[in-house]
Design a protein around this ligand. Structure first.
Ligand code: F6R
Length: 264
């Protein structure tokens, strides 16, 4: 993808690529911080326009600067989660909400403990659920009862997973237990202390669940995501590339830094 070198900075580029289904809007921002600012601004605008919204939220390294900016904006009175409902994309099987490497702990630490989104408003799958099927069905029911996902924010794995829908996942899959790809376990090992065995299984919203969202924003930064980004947008949709399912979504915006956009 071309950037405007004349300014000395990779300039914001916005374009629409026709995938197999709907057009995808691609925004290339000049830096990781600018990607975070763009996604933050979109979320704040959405919360201001639709306070009673239902959000799907990711964890991982990529959205951390977005959450930090949302906390700042909440403190400055620019946004509120008071009437919002949120559903996280995934959680590790075997980790309780109090485990420091659980996604429940991540969300409290990075967002929920610092904004007006309290217990009952946010939903995270229970990694210790004894009846996994019942837990996943209850999660789907809770999403439906809240009116369905309105805006889902996604990161993308190096193998093009979205949520923890690894290569091979069915595009119609709903929330369920999944096996993590060895590369995902390795990539996430950095969040576990030495000697701690990172989980190899998780609960994840399905691709079918995600595709029902009325609006999806994908964020990717860094050269390690460039191949996955290219495959997501340019390859024929297939189970080998879970994110390629987003070519069938109705409203997708992909926000990239130049390194993640390098193979486009
Ligand atoms: C996490 C999730 C994953 C991550 C992906 C990228 O809730 O759903 O799909 O978005 O693994 O992770 P980072 O941002 O750490 O590169």
């Amino acid at each position: 993808m071309k950037t405007d070198a004349a300014s000395g900075l990779a300039q914001k580029v916005q374009t629409k690529l026709s995938g197999h289904g709907q057009p995808m809007t691609i925004v290339v921002e000049p830096s990781v911080e600018a990607v975070a600012a763009h996604v933050h601004d979109a979320l704040v605008e959405h919360l201001q326009r639709t306070p009673r919204t239902v959000l799907g939220l990711p964890t991982g390294g990529t959205p951390i600067p977005v959450y930090a900016r949302l906390v700042e904006s909440y403190r400055a009175g620019r946004c509120s989660f008071k009437h919002a409902t949120t559903f996280n994309l995934d959680e590790y099987i075997g980790l309780g909400a109090e485990h420091p490497a659980s996604y429940a702990a991540y969300m409290r630490e990075n967002l929920f403990d610092h904004v007006d989104c309290s217990v009952g408003q946010y939903h995270i799958l229970d990694g210790l659920a004894e009846d996994v099927e019942a837990e996943c069905a209850a999660y789907e029911n809770a999403m439906a009862a809240s009116g369905g996902l309105e805006l889902v924010l996604l990161g993308i794995g190096q193998n093009a997973h979205i949520g923890f829908n690894e290569p091979g996942s069915d595009f119609h899959a709903r929330t369920r237990a999944v096996d993590l790809a060895p590369s995902t376990v390795a990539a996430n090992a950095r969040y576990f202390r030495e000697g701690q065995q990172p989980p190899t299984k998780a609960l994840s919203m399905g691709i079918g669940t995600i595709l029902e969202a009325r609006r999806i924003i994908v964020m990717a930064t860094g050269s390690s995501k460039a191949k996955a980004v290219r495959r997501m947008m340019t390859e024929a949709p297939s189970r080998d590339v879970p994110a390629s399912a987003l070519q069938f979504a109705t409203d997708v915006t992909i926000v990239l830094d130049p390194a993640a956009a390098a193979e486009l």
